[in-house]
Ligand binder design. Sequence first.
Ligand code: HEC
Length: 247
Amino acid sequence: MSLNKRNERRLYLRFALILAAVCGLLLTEACGVRSDMQDQPRYDAYEKSDFFSDGRSSRDYPEGTVARGHLEDNKAFFTGKIDNPDPNAQAATSTDANGNTVVASFPNAITEFPLPVTKELIDRGEDRYKIYCMVCHGQFGDGDGMVVRRGFPQPPTYHDDRLRNAPVGHFFDVITNGWGKMNPYGYQVQAADRWAIVAYIRTLQLSRNPDSNLKMTSTANSNTGAPVPAKPEIPAANAATNRGGTR
Ligand code: HEC
């Protein structure tokens, strides 16, 4: 066979292969064999499945699964409570003349900040306080915010002995879970920001009583050698961009 002939045959072979491939593609297209992305072999939420013996397609997470970044194992930082709080030690509440819920002892609340108290933390707290709390509690914590002046139930002032002596963990708990007529803010103010707000409230209290025994001590200051909590940092991006948003 001459060289030319061989080249010619190779060319034919190649052409035939390409043709076959194109035909194949067209055929599968026409028959709908191709699987579109919007048409995937998957289960919808809660759909029944014959594959698993319990008939459920949705499977349980393996035991001990924690969403990434949500371990929240630092109890003091995420709850404001001491380790192993005693449910029986919870102090009884009473109601004052304004209809507010009053408690005077705080057996399970932590007394020191679980993150380092810095000027940045207090500044961030002021910023958040003005967004979330000032409307009711007033600019300086006297309980005379604009919403209250328009008729909302009046909160107690932060500047009486009871709340001045209340441990930081109590404030954190009130913000997180709400208190009496006040709504919880835990779902929209992240833990580090709640501590920042507590630091700002303490600052307001100190500003009226500079000679009092109030201290802004922290179990996480570098000089104490105590471990710094999992997420003490205040996200700078939020501070810059998200004013009045959900975080
Ligand atoms: C819509 C109004 C409103 C907003 C906003 C609000 N609070 Fe309150 N807060 C109240 C009222 C009313 C009470 C009294 C509730 C009661 O005792 O029934 C209260 C009570 C408190 C108390 C006192 C708890 C005690 O032991 O007596 C603290 C501390 C507090 N709030 C902190 C905050 C912080 C911090 C924020 C912002 C994150 C905030 N509140 C936002 C209305 C509000």
